[in-house]
Design a protein around this ligand. Structure first.
Ligand SMILES: [Zn+2]
Length: 236
């Protein structure tokens, strides 16, 4: 059941009286109406008032609307996250996601769901990158990390290399590489959110030599972890 029988009109205007950059007077640059859909409200018209500074030309947009939906987009962040989690964590097809959202009065096409899924991946990568220092600090506070590095590929596709901390299960980085060699792997290793040597690592023979070459030396992996990995389980 819809929250509103017809989409309501909601005005969003910055609460600023003066420019937050230079203190100059603000004037309305334009008002931009657009249809927005979020999970918790449903469909509504957002009438966004964009202010511009008369001195420095800086634009000011409404923070409340910016917290609900990306600039210029029609679906809220909550719909985007719902679609991303459905596609990549619950492994639903685009048609199944469309049917699930229809149950929540959200109308979207399979192509629209696919597009939101792609954006979800981009936002996730940006968020992961911005949290890099926090991830490093969390691993340090938990006593270190165990570095797990592996790669997979299909046919002639680029190699997908993934690394994770086997203690926290945080994925440290994913990258597509044209070849599994020192030239491509070492630059990838250097930008991961890690600090200092791991307590141990699990990698193939080839990548183990690379880890030695970047100065980690030989670190024997924890035996218990190796055994549980071999039977498809991890320590909890
Ligand atoms: Zn200004």
């Amino acid at each position: 059941m819809c929250l509103f029988s017809t989409p309501p009109l909601v005005e969003f205007k910055p609460s600023l009286d003066t420019c937050s950059v230079c203190g100059g007077a603000l004037k309305v640059q334009k008002t931009r109406p657009r249809m927005v859909t979020t999970l918790h409200i449903g469909k509504f018209y957002a009438r966004e008032v964009i202010l511009v500074c008369s001195k420095c030309d800086c634009k000011h947009r409404c923070e409340q609307l910016g917290n609900l939906v990306p600039p210029g987009a029609n679906f809220g962040y909550d719909v985007l996250v719902y679609v991303g989690r459905a596609l990549y964590i619950r492994h639903r097809s685009e048609e199944e996601v469309v049917a699930e959202l229809a149950q929540r009065n959200i109308q979207i096409s399979p192509r629209g769901a696919s597009s939101l899924g792609s954006k979800f991946i981009v936002y996730l990568a940006i968020a992961h990158d911005r949290c890099s220092n926090d991830i490093t600090e969390a691993m340090r506070l938990s006593g270190g990390y165990i570095f797990h590095l592996d790669a997979t590929c299909e046919g002639r596709d680029p190699i997908l290399m993934t690394s994770l901390d086997s203690i926290s299960h945080i994925v440290l980085g994913n990258v597509k590489l044209p070849a599994e060699d020192e030239k491509h792997i070492v630059p990838y290793l250097r930008v991961l959110p890690t600090e200092g040597k791991p307590e141990g690592y699990l990698a193939t023979m080839t990548t183990s030599f690379l880890l030695i070459s970047i100065g980690w030396g030989y670190i024997p992996p924890p035996v218990s972890y190796v055994i549980t990995s071999l039977v498809g389980k991890t320590l909890t």
